[in-house]
Write a protein that binds this ligand. Structure first.
Ligand SMILES: CC(C)(COP(=O)(O)OP(=O)(O)OC[C@H]1O[C@@H](n2cnc3c(N)ncnc32)[C@H](O)[C@@H]1OP(=O)(O)O)[C@@H](O)C(=O)NCCC(=O)NCCS
Length: 179
């Protein structure tokens, strides 16, 4: 059984549960979250959060993806999500969103660092990468702050709302101290 309860200075990280659906709909349903992510709809219809939580619960059971709810310790509020998708025995892809009211306080950085370590130490991954739209500097700033390095820009890589978006790819390999 994997240890999927993680902790940072200000956050508890745990897998999503059905009772999180209302918070997910409210936070992920903000227009500014949909604008720079691929799979999050706006407006965010009723029932989507419940279905997504069930989907990620099963994916975690199969060891394919671990989506962590970010719970602020001081008030037990759910404030965001950091996911690690296992792409192969060696590789994982990191993705995240933080609710609009909680931006700019270092939460994505704090949680992502912990989840990447989970990928290396618990899942035994060798490499973790992440992609962001070039119009989303906050996201690739997080990547760089957790120690990922810029790898390349993927031109017109993704079709979003009828527009081809350029993406940047960042990555890091397991630190030697963990080998
Ligand atoms: C990207 C996101 C998760 C960042 O969350 P966050 O908790 O605010 O991130 P952090 O506070 O840990 O770090 C953000 C950094 O980006 C910086 N930043 C924010 N807006 C920026 C901008 N327009 N240009 C450059 N840097 C910017 C912040 O100053 C901060 O850096 P600092 O700590 O050196 O000051 C959040 O903005 C979000 O949920 N966006 C919508 C969903 C999304 O785009 N997810 C990523 C998909 S790849």
């Amino acid at each position: 059984m994997l240890q999927t309860h993680l902790e940072t200075e200000r956050l508890m990280l745990r897998l999503f549960q059905s009772t999180d659906a209302k918070s997910v709909q409210k936070l992920a349903g903000h227009e500014e979250i949909a604008r720079t992510t691929l799979g999050i709809p706006h407006p965010y219809p009723d029932g989507v959060a419940e279905a997504w939580i069930e989907h990620v619960r099963r994916a975690a059971e199969r060891g394919e993806m671990f989506s962590f709810a970010l719970i602020r310790k001081e008030d037990h509020q759910l404030i965001g999500c950091v996911s690690l998708r296992v792409k192969s025995a060696n590789d994982g892809e990191l993705a995240y969103w933080v609710g609009r009211p909680y931006w700019g306080q270092g939460f994505a950085t704090e949680a992502s660092k912990k989840v990447v370590n989970f990928g290396f130490e618990v899942l035994g991954l060798n490499r973790v990468y992440a992609k962001a739209m070039t119009k989303n500097p906050a996201s690739y700033k997080v990547m760089s702050k957790i120690g990922m390095k810029y790898k390349e820009t993927l031109s017109r890589h993704l079709l979003k709302s009828g527009v081809y978006e350029d993406l940047v790819l960042y990555e890091m390999t397991r630190p030697k101290s963990m080998i």
